[in-house]
Write a protein that binds this ligand. Structure first.
Ligand code: ZN
Ligand code: ZN
Length: 466
């Protein structure tokens, strides 16, 4: 089988028109822009900006504020404030240097290039509630090109609301639910990375990406009774994990970063502030930096504001130093930002989710709620909604944990995978020391999912997990 890249959607005009030519040029320019990774220097520019902000903060706090306090007859107070501030500043700088110097983990360093694997035929027979209407039985999951879709749309598991298959007949799926044992009808193990092309094997096509969006618009499916939850499948088969840009089968949870132009292990997001991605290897340092910055900015904001309010700009002066006002505003802004960031990432790590993966789960919840609204449940019917959601959870499991294909089984397991064991007194969970427990390459999918990544109803779960 030839392994040419799948044809991409292209704007083709029957008759060239003025507006059409402009549109075509704009579309191809956008495609070029989106496909090209950012130059290294541009990516790292924000690191210089960040260091610049830190340097300016030091100048204003130590060089202006503290000096003025000390020279104005408040030496002990000035020294005390400055010592505390310097410790927090050093902590933040240390965490920052650690996170910008620790690579997130580049998938290409661990996986060699290979041709695109093919999908075994009839992998997932869809339950065709509202399919294309042409009688095709190709589950839309096939059209998911994760290397194109995952960053911008946040879709982790293919089309979020593609119709799910009905409970599979026991002969096809029920034999070994809790193992990576051969599952596909042709006896090919989905976990071994290579799928020999059967006679009717198909390549995942890049087309029809629009159809999941049009389905999403259908929301809960109109009035009447709620249609129930449609959890998204997860791309576990090698054919679904193939990155056409890097020409590799991505390890579990790796995604392609468009900015860096490469696949990142356990990709969380691309962070402009650190000039690189947050991934398996540096997520813990990213969180340590968020913690340190939150505490540092709160200290800076609090002490500057308190002394300025009390003294009206400093000892013996009536005017407020405008440079201190700038730092007060910046500190407030970054305190809010890093507090939110730190809290959110703590929550995600405890739930064994990356930012990308959490978007898929959020979408499940949003759709649940849209479906209930569409079914006529008003916002005041809190109890009825709660009961409906509980019935969905009873059928599919709680979205954040049981319905999360990467749920590590416990909050602690998820935390240690990203944050390490913490060392003595858990210092490694707060300070930028130690290493994560997970290597970013090996993850065991939630056994509640089928080996190919299809979410299963509770009744189909391994018995001990129901
Ligand atoms: Zn890639
Ligand atoms: Zn990146």
């Amino acid at each position: 089988m030839p392994n040419a890249p799948p044809p991409k959607d292209k704007v083709v005009l029957d008759k060239p028109t003025f507006c059409g030519t402009i549109t075509e040029a704009r579309v191809s320019a956008r495609e070029r822009r989106e496909r090209k990774p950012q130059p290294w220097a541009v990516r790292k520019l924000m690191v210089l900006v960040t260091l610049g902000i830190m340097g300016y903060t030091a100048y204003v706090y130590a060089g202006r504020f503290a000096v003025r306090l000390m020279s104005g007859g408040r030496r002990p107070e000035g020294i005390g404030l400055l010592v505390g501030w310097s410790i927090l500043y050093a902590w933040m700088l240390w965490a920052y240097i650690k996170v910008i110097l620790t690579p997130p983990g580049n998938a290409r360093d661990y996986v060699s290039q290979s041709p695109q694997p093919l999908l075994p035929p009839q992998q997932w027979a869809p339950h065709d509630a509202y399919r294309n209407g042409d009688g095709t039985n190709s589950f839309e999951f096939e059209s998911f090109d994760s290397s194109l879709a995952d960053i911008q749309t946040g879709r982790i598991g293919g089309p979020a609301y593609a119709e799910l298959p009905a409970p599979p007949p026991p002969a096809a799926h029920g034999s070994a639910p809790n193992s990576n044992a051969p599952h596909a009808p042709n006896g090919v193990s989905p976990s071994n990375g290579e799928l020999p092309p059967p006679a009717t094997a198909r390549r995942p096509s890049a087309g029809r990406r629009h159809s999941s969006r049009s389905r999403r618009r259908e929301g809960g499916g109109g009035g009447g009774r709620p249609r129930g939850r449609l959890p998204p499948p997860a791309p576990l088969l090698p054919a679904h994990r193939y990155c056409t840009r890097c020409s590799i089968v991505k390890p579990y949870r790796a995604h392609h970063c468009r900015v860096c132009g490469t696949c990142i292990l356990k990709f969380d997001h691309h962070c402009p502030w650190i000039g690189q991605c947050v991934g398996a290897r540096n997520h813990k340092f990213f969180l340590a930096f968020a913690y340190a910055t939150a505490i540092f900015t709160i200290y800076t904001f609090g002490s500057l504001l308190a002394f300025n309010v009390r003294d009206g700009g400093g000892v013996g002066e009536t005017d407020v130093d405008p440079q201190e006002v700038v730092i007060i505003a910046l500190a407030a802004l970054f305190a809010l930002f890093t507090l939110t960031l730190g809290a959110e990432h703590t929550r995600l790590i405890l739930l064994s989710q990356t930012t990308v993966e959490s978007l898929g789960i959020k979408r499940v919840k949003a759709r649940d709620s849209a479906g209930l609204d569409a079914a006529g449940l008003g916002c005041w019917q809190v109890g009825a909604k709660r009961r409906a959601l509980a019935s969905y959870d009873a059928e599919w499991g709680a979205p954040d944990t049981e319905g999360n294909v990467w749920w590590a089984g416990s909050a602690r397991a998820g935390w240690e995978d990203a944050m390490g064991r913490g060392g003595r007194g858990g210092l490694g969970w707060v300070f930028p020391i130690g290493a994560p427990l997970g290597d970013g390459l090996h993850y065991v999918p939630n056994p509640r999912f089928a080996p190919d990544g299809r979410p299963r109803r509770r009744a189909e779960w391994p018995e001990e997990l129901r």
